[in-house]
Design a protein around this ligand. Structure first.
Ligand code: SAH
Length: 214
């Protein structure tokens, strides 16, 4: 599938829309402006790829709404070469945003079909994202510590292992709640202290507790 002028034009409009909705981090907007989102969604939704909406990606999961991706990425305050753990690879779109911003991305997905598909797609883009099949509640102990952690599914509480795997000074962005989630930004102030701030309400698919399956 190609990235046509039509797609590029629609993407430019999407970036303008995100700016109007309050996204200020130019690096985030630049990355979203460069990524062919239509290649990350089901082809039947092609014409909607650049609307600010979430879409099904199979296995009962969704690619997050661009505004949500932008907010979470902005809250992470991504710096080049940051080592970032993502929980919930899904389509791989969010991982690619972080990758294009210069981060070293480690992304975990618990559904094997999605893991395989995203790994292939991200490989096709020659991204440096490293994909893992597993349960995000456990984080990735073998690759810790991380500068940042982003969770792209709704967690019932702040997963302890993810805070443990953050560097001191690191940031975790995680939507917390059942039906609806509050976007929570956790800063690891010291080995034993965190500070927490809240950033609006969102709707995510749930972060599931059982081990990886599929
Ligand atoms: N970041 C994704 C959005 C994916 S939706 C994107 O850009 O497309 C959330 C994803 O989290 C789903 O694919 C779901 O399968 C996954 N997920 C849910 N619980 C998980 C867990 N415990 N560990 C890892 N992934 C999980």
């Amino acid at each position: 599938m190609l990235d046509s002028y039509k797609h590029k034009g629609l993407r430019k409009k999407l970036v303008e829309e995100l700016g109007q909705k309050g996204i200020e981090d130019e690096r985030v907007l630049k990355a979203i402006g460069e990524i062919p989102r239509h290649l990350f969604i089901d082809s039947s939704f092609l014409e909607y790829a650049y609307q600010d909406k979430a879409f099904n990606i199979g296995e009962g999961q969704t690619i997050s709404q661009p505004y949500t991706v932008a907010i979470q990425t902005q809250l992470l305050d991504v710096q080049a070469a940051d080592k970032i753990l993502e929980v919930g690879t899904g389509s791989g779109y969010q991982a690619r945003v972080l990758d294009l911003m210069g981060a070293r991305v480690y992304s975990v997905e618990r559904q094997r079909p999605l893991f395989l598909k995203a790994k292939k797609l991200l490989g096709d883009f020659k991204s440096t994202v490293r994909c893992f099949y597993g349960d995000g509640y456990a984080g990735l102990p073998a690759y810790q510590p991380f500068d940042k952690v982003i969770v792209t599914c709704g967690a019932p509480y702040i997963p302890e292992a993810l805070v443990a795997q953050l560097k001191v000074g690191g940031i975790l962005v995680v939507p917390i709640g059942d039906d609806q989630q509050t976007m929570v930004r956790v800063k690891k102030e010291s080995e034993s202290e965190i500070s927490v701030s809240e950033h609006g309400n969102f709707r995510f698919v749930p972060m599931l507790e059982e081990k990886a399956k599929g």
